[in-house]
Design a protein around this ligand. Sequence first.
Ligand SMILES: NC(=O)c1ccc[n+]([C@@H]2O[C@H](COP(=O)([O-])OP(=O)(O)OC[C@H]3O[C@@H](n4cnc5c(N)ncnc54)[C@H](OP(=O)(O)O)[C@@H]3O)[C@@H](O)[C@H]2O)c1
Length: 272
Amino acid sequence: MTLTWLITGTSSGFGRILTEQLIERGDRVAATLRSPGRLDDLVARAGDRLWVRALDVTDRARVQVVVDDAFAELGRVDVVVSNAGYTLVGAAEEATDEQIVRQFDTNVLGPIRLVRAALPHLRAQGGGRILQIGSNVGHIGVPGAAYYSASKFAVVGFFEALRAEVEPFGIGVTIVEPGGATTSFVDGADMAPVLEAYSGTPAAAPRGLAQHYDPPGDARKMVAAMIASVDTPAAPRRLVLGSDSYSVITGALRDRLAQVEAQSSSASLTDR
Ligand SMILES: NC(=O)c1ccc[n+]([C@@H]2O[C@H](COP(=O)([O-])OP(=O)(O)OC[C@H]3O[C@@H](n4cnc5c(N)ncnc54)[C@H](OP(=O)(O)O)[C@@H]3O)[C@@H](O)[C@H]2O)c1
């Protein structure tokens, strides 16, 4: 069955590859990105199966207009993919207020705006799927990427709650948790100004990542797995992609469980 997808951040990385693979398999894509010209080559190949609009996810009014237009002009949208995002690199103390606000505006409020704009349409058409691109970093706090970590934790909380809210309307929600993959992600990082006090500390480690970043993940295989997850009858709650993601998440969960279980007796001491 041919599906129609709405995707944010399709200029590069997962968003661009997803758009390419979907067009290749015959689906329709409403591709949104900040610089629409970057999809000109695909438009020439895909014709009317590719609908392109300029969208910066920090622009609330524009998110509403683009989502409304996509549903109106394409008739229906089966899958909404909230993909746009980037990382702010630097110690908590190093980042500026403006950088912190932009990180949350993009990675947290962006997905929330997108989904709130799409929900009335998804309910009206009787259901659909939402894919939120999270990260294994949504399970651990990474020194030197505290705001990025916090943003990925935040979307997990939001989309876990949303999943239960929208299930009665036939809307499935999946949080995708990729490990490292070679996209423009590292090059697209926003770097906080350097405070010398942090040099040589754990918070400085992500600053050198671009020189030796060699993640195990194959972005094309990851995107194929995202598409396959939508072809299943029930939306998986989480989609873990990459051996690094699997080991980070299982390690974090085991560690957290051990810490909580160590307090099994003391926790009840505060009961009435
Ligand atoms: N690659 C990894 O290792 C990895 C691992 C786990 C999770 N992720 C997640 O995967 C998602 C996609 O990242 P990627 O790896 O594909 O990196 P990427 O190649 O840098 O793609 C990021 C996309 O987000 C867009 N974007 C950033 N801010 C935006 C805004 N305000 N409005 C609209 N679009 C915006 C970028 O657009 P511009 O070109 O206009 O900047 C770009 O299209 C992100 O949510 C990221 O957190 C990546």
